[in-house]
Structure formats: C-alpha cells, structure tokens
Design a protein around this ligand. Structure first.
Ligand SMILES: Cc1cc2nc3c(=O)[nH]c(=O)nc-3n(C[C@H](O)[C@H](O)[C@H](O)COP(=O)(O)OP(=O)(O)OC[C@H]3O[C@@H](n4cnc5c(N)ncnc54)[C@H](O)[C@@H]3O)c2cc1C
Length: 442
C-alpha cells in the first residue's frame, strides 16, 4: 500500500485476496519511506486514522498488517521472509523520479530473493512505468461491500456521500473561488484523495448515482444550476486523474526540492505571508494555519511567488508541497509549471495582479482583515493597498506590484501579442482534455 490507503476499491488488495489460498499480509509503506516531503499534522492525523481503521478491518479478517516507515524500511525482502510471503502485488504509485527509484530498488531486491513483484494500475492513471498500462476500466469494489451500514463510521466514503447529499444546496461552482464561502461550497476531500483513503473513480461513480437519484426526485430542476453541480464536481475529479496521468510524462523534469541561500529571506517572507501585499500574504497565512486554500488562491500565491517575486519555481513548489494537506506531486508540480510557463507555453504563464485579485475576490476586505489583524488601524477601502494610507502597519511591499507585473509580462511578450518566452522552456502540448473541459485549469 502506498497512495491507496484503503481496502475498498483497491485492485492490488482484491487480486491478492483472490489468489492467496494460504494467507496474505498487507504492508503499508509510509510516504517518508518513499522519499516524499514531510506530511502536515492534519495529513498525518488522517493517515494514522486510516491505518488504524485498516488494521481493525484486516484484524477482523485474520490478515497481518504492518506499517513500514523510514526507520524500519531496511529490506522489503526481509519483511516478506518474516511474513512468509512468496509474491508481492503493489498498486502503481505517483510518477516522481524519487518514488520510481525506490520501486526499482525494491524490484531488484525482490528479484534477487526470487520473490515475484507485480505492480497494478487500478485507477487508470499513471500510464508510464510498470503497472502503468491503461486498463479497460477502473477497478471498483462491488457496491454491496461499501453500503453505508457496512463501513466504519469514520470512513471517507461516508464523508463523500454526506457531501453529495448537500451538493445541490451548495453554490459549488460560484463559491469555490471565494474566500469565506469556499469551505462551505467545495468538498474539502482533496486530502483523502491525495492520501488514497478515497479513490477518484469511487467518487465519480458515487456522484453519478447521487445525480441520478436527485434528478429523478427533482425532474423539473434537472437543468438548473443545482442540477449542474454534480457535473461540475465530476469534472473537477476528472482533472485530478488527468493531471496525474499527464504527470508521468514529466517525471524526469520534476525539479529538485532545493533551497538557495541567497533567496531564503524572500522565500521565507512569501511563505510566512509577510511580503507587504495583503491578498497573497493572507492566503499564505491561511495555508500555514489550516493546510488548505482554494484553487484560485493557490494560483495567486504561486503566480505571485514565481512571476512577481521571481522566486525559483522549485522553491515555491517545494514550500507548497510541505504546506498542503493534500499535496499531490502530479497536481502541484504541473500547476507550478503552468504558473511559471514551462508547461502550456503557447498560452503563456499565469501572471496575476495580486492587488486586482484582492479587490475581485475580497471586495469587503473581510478575508484579508481576518488573516492580517495588523490591518485593523487601516480604514476601509485601503485594505488591499495599505501603503496608500498615511501609516502602513505592514512591511513595505517587497515589490512594486505594478512594475513587477509589467516586467513579468515583458519577459513573456506584450499583453495583446502572442506570448513568446525569452528563456529556454519545455514545449509541451496536450494537457488532459478532462483537465480543461468546463473550467479553465489555470
Ligand atoms: C498551484 C496549485 C497547486 C495545487 N496542488 C494541489 C495538490 O497538491 N493536491 C490537490 O489535490 N489539488 C491541488 N490543486 C488543485 C485544487 O486547488 C485542489 O484540488 C482543490 O482546491 C481541493 O479542494 P476540494 O477538495 O474542496 O476540491 P473540490 O472542488 O471539492 O473538488 C473535488 C476534487 O477534485 C480534484 N480537483 C479539484 N480541482 C482540481 C484542479 N484544479 N486540479 C486537479 N484536481 C482538482 C481534487 O482531488 C478535489 O478534492 C492545486 C492547484 C494549484 C493552482
């Protein structure tokens, strides 16, 4: 088990259960033991709870369950010998070069120990590498196994069902961007998806079923905004699998997570929300406190860091990887690439004006004032540009945002002409069609 921290909708577990006549053991290899960045406290809590849940479920079936962390990763072959396992089946994991390095090492080790090792791809994602062949259809457990009364009460499928019940009452598409209303409109399930405690295919299938039921009960509202929320939610989940499938093509280009001393002060100020420009600063403080910000704010802080502050993209992505509860390499690194212009070059990078975004997304200044209490002394109307008021309680802005914005546009060509990068970038096309189907990905 890696990014598949569940027994339901788990192809490797289902295959192993089917062919293990004389027993089976389950081993969970923790992210740190696979070279992933540190997990946030909430992510750890959620994964610990999942491990306890799985331990109980397996215990009831008489199946051994072992956790392998960086401290006891020593040898997978030794673990197999101890558990008397004669073959290993594993779900395909993400396409990070570092993760692949671990897989190759385990494969070689098990091969020399004469233990067959099979990698399977149950979620129709991650097409490259072993287990990457695209199956005809995703693997899902029988619906009867995941009936609500059969699942432990803390199971994420139950959270998903509760969200789908409320989805038509939420203003999903309009409010997901809006600070203050975002958490009440979107599912907040991304940490479950990223941890693998919930499968994306399960989410799509449950949404299809909930949509059918709702439309049957509300025939006159099927074309309404409420009815469309199911489609929009499915399309967002489709983006997730689209990004992850695409990511395998970029695995070798994944930047190293390395910090550069000279820029440390700027990176720290950006990361801690102390650059003097309220909207991105507030978003970074929300992220540092809660581990989650909405999609538009993620774009804003990334574009601001990479384009206006000119921080190295690897450092921006590296910090986000440590701060997001839902860190998923396939999404974060492609999004950073979209923001720095190395991906989808024809469209150019996302260059956002942080002050304009502030006025658009938070016209009442409620959001910035919540996360930057220092603004208390600044009168209404000046919150997004406190340097225009007589006494600015924030540090002076680290950049003149207008000049930095113009400079960023100039680096890529004028606003109205085709964007032409000056530096050497990777020319790539073909973001997954699902990624841009109804809502722009960037
Ligand atoms: C720079 C940047 C980095 C990002 N990094 C991550 C990341 O590491 N992990 C992550 O899960 N999402 C990432 N996203 C995408 C998106 O912001 C989050 O998935 C979303 O905000 C999670 O909230 P939610 O679960 O309430 O989403 P919902 O609106 O409820 O959507 C349901 C699910 O669909 C998927 N999804 C939604 N939007 C996107 C999207 N734009 N791209 C891909 N999948 C999407 C997620 O799995 C999400 O849980 C990133 C976006 C940007 C701009």
């Amino acid at each position: 088990m890696a990014e598949d921290l569940r027994l339901e909708d788990n192809l490797a577990f289902a295959m192993a259960s089917k062919c293990a006549d004389d027993g089976l053991a389950v081993v969970r290899i923790a992210p740190e033991a696979r070279g992933r960045p540190r997990r946030t406290p909430l992510r750890l809590e959620l994964e610990d709870a999942a491990e306890r849940r799985i331990g109980k479920q397996l215990g009831a079936l008489g199946i051994a369950f072992e956790l392998v962390g960086p401290e006891n990763i020593m040898s997978l072959a030794a673990t197999c010998r101890r558990l008397q396992c004669t073959s290993v089946i594993r779900n395909a994991a993400d396409g990070m070069a570092i993760e692949n390095g671990y897989r190759i090492a385990w494969e070689q080790e098990l091969q020399s120990a004469n233990i067959p090792f099979l990698t399977v791809n149950g979620e129709m994602i991650r097409r490259l590498g072993p287990g990457g062949a695209k199956p005809d259809r995703p693997f899902l457990s029988d619906d009867r196994l995941v009936e609500s009364d059969k699942l432990p009460e803390d199971h994420p499928i139950l959270l998903l069902r509760a969200f789908l019940q409320e989805l038509p009452e939420r203003n999903y598409l309009a409010d997901m961007w809006t600070p203050g209303r975002d958490r009440a409109s979107s599912s907040l399930l991304s940490t479950h998806f990223a941890a693998g405690t919930l499968s994306s295919d399960r989410a799509i299938w449950e949404t299809v079923k909930a949509e059918r039921l709702w439309k049957a009960a509300n025939p006159d509202r099927s074309r309404s905004t409420e009815g469309a929320s199911f489609r929009h939610f499915r399309s967002r989940i489709g983006m997730r699998t689209g990004f992850m499938t695409l990511f395998s093509r970029y695995q070798d280009k994944t930047p190293h997570i390395a910090f550069n001393d000279a820029q440390e002060g700027r990176v720290r100020a950006w990361r801690e929300g102390r650059t003097g420009i309220p909207m991105p600063d507030a978003a970074m403080r929300e992220l540092a406190t809660t581990g989650w910000i909405n999609f538009r704010l993620r774009q804003l802080v990334t574009s601001y860091g990479v384009q206006l502050l000119q921080l190295p993209a690897a450092e921006v992505g590296g910090a986000l990887a440590e701060m997001f509860n839902d860190y998923e390499p396939g999404i974060t690194w492609l999004q950073v690439g979209l923001n720095d212009g190395t991906i989808m070059q024809d469209r150019g990078p996302r260059i956002l004006n942080p002050v304009k975004q502030g006025h658009d997304l938070d016209p009442s200044e409620t959001y910035i004032r919540h996360w930057l209490p220092e603004l208390e002394t600044v009168p209404a109307g000046f919150g997004h540009e406190p340097w225009l008021w007589l006494k600015n309680p924030l540090p002076a802005p680290m950049v003149d945002h207008k000049a930095a914005y113009r400079e960023a546009r100039r680096r890529w060509g004028g606003k109205d002409q085709a964007l032409v990068p000056r530096g050497e970038v990777t020319r790539t096309h073909g973001l997954p069609s699902s990624a841009g189907a109804t809502t722009p990905i960037g």
